[in-house]
Design a protein around this ligand. Structure first.
Ligand code: NAI
Ligand code: A1CAB
Length: 269
């Protein structure tokens, strides 16, 4: 894959640019567009990447990654449509937006791949799910998969599953951060110094994540191994069940899925 342009270099756009550079890609092969000049200057100084106009990005890049908020998509597609080169590959990271929206607004036959990544991309541990649009072939999916493999793991899913993926892994890091934050609060309540509580919980999260990642045991078995008969953990689990934490998580993720679908519907013709 030649030159890559990121259209909208906010949190996830920067995570991608930074991850690609850490993964060995030359800043000279990367471009970005950004509507805030001070943000563009910051990124140019930090990574040595060039901020350009949409027209220049379309002229120079083989692959264009759209990373603006779903609510900001219309002007980006309006700018891109008249200048996009035939055969350029468009990759959308936008929550909720279907590939059909891009296909409708961009020149006929433009290959589009929809991706839902997440912010652990910043540390090379993204979980990204990719889906091909109507004009994207296996070679396009392969190119995007290879690109995203530099910054984490990649799965291919049917586009009909992307709202669920968005709710689960797109937003997923926020749920873990929220849990960690709540557990640190519990440590404070029990009288531990904040720095100690943070260290205890963050390292417990890292250790638990590594055990899960090894994949040798199901999460239920891993939890059971911590839960001694008549011990401490079962008393905590009883409280979690009493407060409906499992049902709350299921309902929360369902609400995120519904919002993703709603963002897509807002752009139906
Ligand atoms: N933040 C996250 O954890 C994830 C975000 N996403 C998706 O990535 C997209 C971006 O999200 P964030 O990075 O969080 O948002 P953000 O607000 O941090 O970044 C968007 C950037 O696009 C720029 N922008 C907007 N319109 C522009 C235009 N016309 N031309 C040039 N630049 C423009 C903004 O100035 C901003 O810097 C969204 O569609 C979101 O659904 C996907 C997965 C995870
Ligand atoms: O909250 C959001 O809409 C974006 C999409 C997935 C994660 N953040």
């Amino acid at each position: 894959m030649g030159t890559i342009a990121v259209l909208g270099a906010g949190k996830i756009g920067e995570a991608l640019l930074s991850g690609l550079i850490s993964g060995g890609r030359s800043p000279e092969d990367l471009l970005f567009t950004e509507r805030h000049p001070e943000r563009a200057a910051e990124l140019e100084a930090r990574y040595g990447i060039t901020g350009v106009t949409v027209r220049e990005a379309a002229q120079r890049a083989d692959l264009l990654v759209v990373a603006v908020k779903p609510q900001d998509i219309d002007p980006v597609l309006a700018d891109l449509a008249p200048v996009l080169r035939p055969q350029s590959l468009v990759v959308s990271l936008c929550a909720g937006l279907p590939t059909s929206l891009f296909e409708r607004k961009l020149p006929s036959g433009t290959p589009v791949v929809r991706v839902m990544p997440n912010t652990p991309m910043l540390v090379g541990e993204a979980m990204s799910a990719v889906s091909a649009g109507k004009y994207a072939g296996p070679e396009h999916v392969k190119a995007v998969t290879e690109l995203l493999s530099c910054v984490g793991k990649v799965v291919e899913v049917p586009e009909s599953q992307q709202d669920a993926v968005t709710a689960l892994s797109g937003s997923g890091p926020a749920y873990f951060f929220y849990l960690v934050e709540a557990m640190i609060d519990a440590g404070i309540l029990l009288g531990l110094p904040r720095a100690v509580a943070e260290r205890l919980i963050v390292q417990s999260a890292v250790g638990a994540a590594k055990m899960l990642d090894e994949g040798e045991s199901h999460p239920v078995l891993l939890r059971e191994a911590v839960t001694s008969p008549g011990g401490t953990t079962i008393n905590a689990i009883r409280e979690l069940e009493k407060h409906g934490v499992r049902a709350a998580l299921i309902a929360a993720i369902e609400a995120a899925r519904d919002r993703s679908a709603e963002l897509g519907r807002a752009h139906e013709d």
